[in-house]
Design a protein around this ligand. Sequence first.
Ligand code: FBP
Length: 252
Amino acid sequence: MRQDRMSPFLKDGRSLLLAYDQGLEHGPSTDFDDRNVDPSFVMDVAARGRFNGVVFQKGVAERYYDGRVPLLVKLNGKTSLPRGEPVSRQECSVEHAASLGAKGVGYTIYLGSQHEAVMLSEFGKVQEEAHDRGLAAVAWIYPRGEAVKDDTSKEIVSYAARAGLELGADAVKIKYSGDAASFSWAVKSAAGVKVFMSGGPKAPTDDAFLKQVEGVMEAGATGVAVGRNVWQNSDPFAMAEKLRSVVFRKTD
Ligand code: FBP
């Protein structure tokens, strides 16, 4: 049987990942406050909130990762400052991620961008190197750029999921298409690749976000990889508990 490289991040085949690379992607003044600007606070939320994995860029991992939960290192990234078609280039090697204790690596592909080919090609190398080392290769696949009119349509979200399969990802992290029926087409399109919903900006209420997560799980996804909806919450531990009860709910 094929080895499941995602197994370090799974419990009963499901998963709740905590993402914290927004300091690079959005900048501290956009997303952080006095509490969550400190990576050790988020490391603690990941551990005490019983997340199945934490996602850091290498700089944060080098200084703050303490081994309490499995680590996934993001290998590429960009800031919010450049204008024009999005591109995110690799700035950390698979080898370095492995040396930090990562059990998986993450890479963002802006599907539809004029620079898509650069990211597809880099991810191709990342995936092969990761698999050579027994690490999971997780693709953040975000359709974006002039050519993409609606990045949460059923058509485009399922295209992102399918691209993950074609590119050999062990898991894809994609945006929610808005309802369980359309998201289940994305899960089917991924054809066995684990599907995670990407959290997005903090929802107006906990219930509004949990409703999305319910739809995601009903659609057959593996779980969610979430950041702002947890560590921007006034009680991240309570939110983690609520998320766990939805993600790991037994349906039978
Ligand atoms: P959030 O749950 O906070 O949205 O985090 C998920 C994530 O994919 C992060 O890993 C990444 O920093 C961010 O979203 C990228 O957001 P954007 O949609 O602005 O590119």
